[in-house]
Structures are given as structure tokens and as C-alpha cells.
Design a protein around this ligand. Structure first.
Ligand code: SF4
Ligand code: SF4
Length: 430
């Protein structure tokens, strides 16, 4: 029996747009490793269709196909001539699977922590303290979290980034040329505080006033994509209250996933949820559309206002830099040129393009922990491509990609991962 309630009409229509051409296959990182139709985007679109048409039951085995063979990287969407949104379809099926089978208890705890700012800050503080005091390199090097070596996961910030920066940062000099909100997300707040410092430093030197709302939390997208829509919707609504403001010139993000959430996904998700019975008001949808129109990845804003940048200092020696395109940035936000342009403009940077820069790094958030074997195969391609460039720095605009890539680079090779804005900050402070 046909089960149209499985997906919203808007999302469900995607199954009828697929012409089974297979053009998505060559772009799917999982299919390229597994070479199985069930692991391909086309295969999963057809599985979704069979589910909606009642020809297939959402068994454990079928459910598994939507988790273990998909990073929700969006490569299939970006390369589909029919505009099929496989990512929306697959995350919709994950949500139904969650309703039928529940969610893994470890993920449940993790999502409850992400959804609660107080819990998140206490957990990060406790985790950082425990790691500093109890886990020496000998112990950590023995522990793996899926494909990740625990000793090479970056440590927590000693202090949350939000506690180190005022809520309003004035321009370094003169009258503000623009006023922006900065959504720093969880990764910068608790792990990559240096990236947050670089963003604030560079923008204030450009003459920008930066508002960093203290109460901000997770963007909710990792939770939503895992199928826990109920938990993510309250996070989305909280974010809208803080960031959907008409009195700022832009809302800036330094994380590709947060950017994809705020720029692309919120309006779609809220409309979808409302159609499926969730309480979502017209005002909330309008707020999501306003936020979407204001959201920019920070390199896009800097490149658009490059005339505001002070003179960068010359460097005595060259540094070889390559760039990895995060999936949610290149395929989600369609941003590829701006971070490269910034890198190429920095004195002393010798930019070198890596083969397959736009290919997924294999991380996919919890995918690398739960499906280590597939993830590691995808990551190996990326690491080999980085190696071919002989770069000393891999720049990327996603903390998730940063964690994955830095974890797999040869520790003896001395290659660093950085956000492009960190390299820019170094040049401005020389
Ligand atoms: S999802 Fe798009 S690219 Fe893939 S088989 Fe269907 S129509 Fe072709
Ligand atoms: S979202 Fe990415 S991993 Fe998932 S099917 Fe599409 S291309 Fe493959």
C-alpha cells in the first residue's frame, strides 16, 4: 500500500524526477569504493520510491542502506541533471527509521548534549580536563574512534571561544563599514578557538563591527541529518530568534555545515516539518528565509570587501598551500572560488590545486566513527591527493574536514590543516 506520509510532498516528489541515468554514480564517494547499486544515489532513490509506493518494508536491512552507504555529502544532488534532492530524500527516510527503530543510545546522549548549551559547555570542559589529566599519548594512541585515532583528535579549547570574546567587537579603527552577526557554531566554540580569533581579528581590522551572540548553540544540522528531527527543530527555532535580523549586513559562518544549514536547509526543513504536522508558524518560515538571504561563509564576505583589508606583510619564505572543498560548502553553498582567491592573494603563499579537491574527505560527521572501513577508504584518496601536491598547509573551511584530514595525515610529514582566514590573519599581523 502506498505510504505518502513517509515523506512530505515536496521531498517525496524527488523520487519521480529520477530518470535513472546514473550520472550521479561517478560522483558518489561511497559508490566509488563499494561499486554496489544499493550504495549508489540512484539505488537509494529507487529504494525510497519502493518504500513510498509500499512495495518495500522499512526493514533493518533497508534502514542500514540509508545510514551505512551515505555521507549526505550532496555530491549526487550537485551532479543530477533532473535536480533530484537525494539528501532530502535520504534524511527523510532516516527520520522514519528513527521513529520505527529509535536512535542509538550514544547518539541520543550526544544529541541531547548538542541541544543543550549548558550541558554542551559542561561536557566540553569536563572532556578537556579529563584529556589533559588522565590520558597520556600512550593510552590515546591505542584507542580508535572508528576511523579516527583518538590521540590525533584536536583537544578542547581551554576556555569556550564565546567566553574569550566580547558580545560586540568594534572595528579596530574608524566608523564601522558594516555590521555582521557571527555564528561560530560548536566546533569553533569548543575546539577551534583559534579560528574564531582569526575571524574576529581579520574582520575588525577590515573595519567591521561584529556581534557574537552569547546564547548561540549548535546549528542542528548534524542532528537533523541523523533523523532526529524532533530534537533539531527546537535548536533551529532558537537560532532563528538570535540570528534572523534585518538590521545587520550579513550573518557570517566559519563552518561549511553551519553555513549550509543557515543558508540552504532551514527554510526547506521548516516547510517540510510543517507539512508533516510539526508546529511551525509563517513567521518562523519568513525568519528562516531572512536568515538564508543574509548568511555568507566568512571568506565570501572578505573577498567581496577585499578593498577593506589592510596591507598584508611580506613573507621571507614561501609556503605551499592547497585547498580542500568541504562538501557542504562547494555542493551545498556553491562556494569554491572565494577561499582560493583569498589564499592566492596572501604574500608568500604558493597555491597549488590538488587533484579531486572537490571530492568528499570521507568524514561525514559520525559516519567515520560508525562506518570506519568505508570512511577510511574515501579518506585515503584525499590524503594521497594532498600528498601529490607536496603542500605544507591544507586549507579548508570546515572543522569536520579539518578533523578528518589532520587525523589521517602522516604525523611525521609536518603538514598542517588551517582555515584560510588563519593564513590571512598571519599575513595581516606580520
Ligand atoms: S538521481 Fe539524478 S543523476 Fe542519479 S540516476 Fe537519478 S536522475 Fe540520474
Ligand atoms: S549524498 Fe553523497 S554519499 Fe550519499 S548518495 Fe549522494 S553522493 Fe553518495
Amino acid at each position: 500500500m502506498e505510504d505518502k506520509t513517509l515523506l512530505s510532498q515536496n521531498t517525496g516528489e524527488n523520487i519521480y524526477h529520477c530518470i535513472r541515468c546514473g550520472l550521479c554514480l561517478a560522483h558518489c564517494p561511497v559508490y566509488k569504493e563499494e561499486l554496489l547499486e544499493v550504495a549508489s544515489p540512484r539505488g537509494k532513490v529507487q529504494l525510497s520510491r519502493s518504500l513510498v509506493e509500499g512495495k518495500l518494508d522499512l526493514s533493518e536491512e533497508v534502514k542500514e542502506a540509508f545510514f551505512s552507504t551515505c555521507l549526505l555529502c550532496g555530491s549526487c544532488v550537485a551532479n543530477c541533471p533532473s535536480g533530484v534532492h537525494g539528501d532530502h530524500l535520504f534524511s527523510g527516510v532516516r527520520w522514519r527509521a528513527k521513529q520505527k527503530y529509535g536512535i542509538d543510545w550514544r547518539k541520543k546522549i550526544m544529541f541531547q548534549i548538542l541541544a543543550n548549551k549548558w550541558l554542551m559547555s559542561k561536557s566540553a570542559a569536563l572532556g578537556g580536563w579529563a584529556r589533559r589529566n588522565f590520558s597520556g599519548p600512550w593510552i590515546e594512541s591505542k584507542i580508535k574512534a572508528g576511523a579516527l585515532s583518538v590521540d590525533r583528535i584536536p583537544p578542547f579549547n581551554k576556555k569556550a571561544f564565546s567566553e574569550t570574546v566580547p558580545e560586540v567587537v568594534a572595528p579596530k579603527s574608524g566608523k564601522a563599514k558594516a555590521k555582521v552577526l557571527y555564528f561560530h557554531g560548536c566546533a569553533t566554540n569548543f575546539v577551534f578557538g583559534d579560528i574564531g580569533n582569526a575571524v574576529v581579528d581579520v574582520l575588525s581590522k577590515m573595519g567591521v563591527e561584529i556581534i557574537v551572540p552569547k546564547d548561540q548553540g549548535c546549528c542542528g544540522l548534524p542532528i537533523f541529518l541523523s533523523g532526529d528531527r524532533e530534537t533539531s527543530v527546537s535548536i533551529i527555532k532558537e537560532t532563528l530568534k538570535l540570528f534572523a535580523r534585518g538590521d545587520v549586513d550579513a550573518v557570517l559562518v566559519d563552518c561549511a555545515t553551519c553555513g549550509a544549514a543557515l543558508k540552504n536547509e532551514y527554510p526547506h526543513l521548516l516547510k517540510d516539518l510543517r507539512e508533516l504536522g510539526e508546529k511551525v508558524t509563517d513567521e518562523e518560515i519568513k525568519a528562516a528565509e531572512l536568515l538564508s538571504s543574509k548568511t555568507m561563509e566568512v571568506t565570501v564576505f572578505i573577498e567581496a570587501h577585499k578593498d577593506w583589508l589592510p596591507k598584508m606583510g611580506e613573507s621571507g619564505k614561501k609556503i605551499r598551500v592547497t585547498y580542500h572543498d568541504p562538501c557542504h560548502m562547494a555542493k551545498g553553498m556553491k562556494v569554491t572560488a572565494q577561499p582560493r582567491n583569498i589564499l592566492k592573494s596572501i604574500p608568500g603563499v604558493e597555491y597549488v590545486e590538488m587533484p579531486g579537491a572537490i571530492d568528499c574527505c570521507g568524514g561525514g560527521g559520525s559516519f567515520q566513527v560508525e562506518h570506519a572501513e568505508t570512511s577510511a577508504k574515501i579518506t585515503k584518496r584525499k590524503i594521497d591527493n594532498i600528498g601529490a601536491t607536496k603542500a605544507q598547509v591544507v586549507a579548508t573551511c570546515c572543522p569536520g574536514c579539518n578533523v578528518t584530514i589532520s587525523n589521517h595525515l602522516d604525523p611525521a610529514g609536518g603538514v598542517r590543516t588551517m582555515h584560510p582566514v588563519q593564513l590571512l590573519q598571519m599575513a595581516l599581523n606580520r
